[in-house]
Design a protein around this ligand. Structure first.
Ligand code: PRP
Ligand code: ZN
Length: 297
């Protein structure tokens, strides 16, 4: 058992869109946790890795000051704080995690006459992401008055505080509920693994690399299927051509059946019934599709 100071800390959103999938990913990477009484700290039971449950906006700051070595946070939050800067070396993105996809978008009231990005010029835009918005305005040679709000941005137009908003959109339900129409995407985001700018100790560095490899493995298993079948050897090239495979399939000889082969291929979820039926038509049989839980390349 390593001592307390050598335990790694990962900051994760306490509640919100990324909270559940972040913990699910860590569990798939093999981490098991015991929750503290206040549910704000998860003690790693099988590895020296603990989780701190915090507000997502606090994650970049915790990384910068070195309270946590790692964090799972939206790229939008990370980029906003990196661009806003304040002299300190910012946290950086280590891995994109493939969940929590969303976009930072400008939206206007449904009845607004605004139709294109150019019409944004001169408007008052409410947002919690002033730096990302300012950067987008600048690169599009537009000017706008940025009204910084830290919550309930979507009600700003109704309150007369702004003509438009620039906020995160995922399903679009929040915009619809507030009679807002999406105009243009300013920034695309998803959950990422962020790392502290502070150099970790050698022991922590090993844990970080190990965890990253495991997360990569848990992720690459997502949406991957193992397809198994037997087939006539003569059909191999036709079969290979048909497969939505990631890599060349493994081909195995079968004892006492020189004309037949067994084929195993890693495929994406794009593999559907139609593929299987076509493979069958080529003479394949004993077709099986299995979920891949994790991979280590
Ligand atoms: C964002 C955004 C909206 C919502 C949009 O909040 O501020 O409230 O998601 O999602 P929808 O298009 O599916 O309705 P987020 O979950 O990032 O939480 P936070 O802004 O409170 O951190
Ligand atoms: Zn937030």
């Amino acid at each position: 058992m390593s001592n307390g100071s050598e335990r790694l800390r990962i900051a994760v959103q306490k509640s919100g869109r990324l909270a559940e999938p972040s913990l699910a990913l860590l569990r798939r990477a093999g981490l098991a946790f015991r929750s503290s009484r206040d549910h704000l700290f998860l003690y790693g039971e099988n590895l020296p890795i603990d989780v701190l449950l915090v507000r997502d906006d606090d994650i970049p700051g915790l990384l910068v000051e070195g309270s946590c070595e790692l964090g799972i946070v939206g790229r939008n939050v990370l980029s906003e704080q990196r661009l806003a800067g304040n002299g300190s070396v910012p946290a950086s993105e280590r891995l994109s995690l493939g969940f929590g996809a969303c976009r930072l978008a400008i939206a206007v009231p449904e009845a607004s006459p605004i139709e294109s990005a150019a019409d944004v010029d001169g408007l008052r835009i409410a947002t919690s992401y002033p730096t990302l918005l300012a950067e987008w305005l600048h690169s599009n040679a537009l000017r706008a008055e940025i009204v910084v709000l830290n919550g309930s941005v979507e009600i700003a137009p109704r309150l007369g505080k702004a003509d438009a908003i620039c906020d995160l959109v995922s399903s679009g339900a929040t915009l619809a509920a507030n009679q807002l129409r999406e105009l243009i995407t300013v920034f695309r985001s998803e959950a990422v693994l962020a790392v502290s700018p502070r150099k970790p100790t050698a022991a922590k560095s090993i844990q970080i690399e190990r965890l990253c490899a495991r997360i990569g493995g848990a992720q690459s298993g997502d949406g991957v299927r193992l397809l198994m079948m037997q087939a006539p050897r003569s059909a191999l090239s036709a079969i290979t051509e048909l497969l939505p495979a990631r890599d060349a399939p493994s081909v195995l000889s079968l004892d006492g059946r020189p004309d037949d082969i067994a084929v195993q291929a890693l495929c994406s979820v794009a593999l559907d019934w139609q593929h299987l039926e076509e493979l069958k038509r080529l003479g394949a049989h004993g077709l099986m599709v299995l979920n891949v839980e994790r991979m280590l390349a």
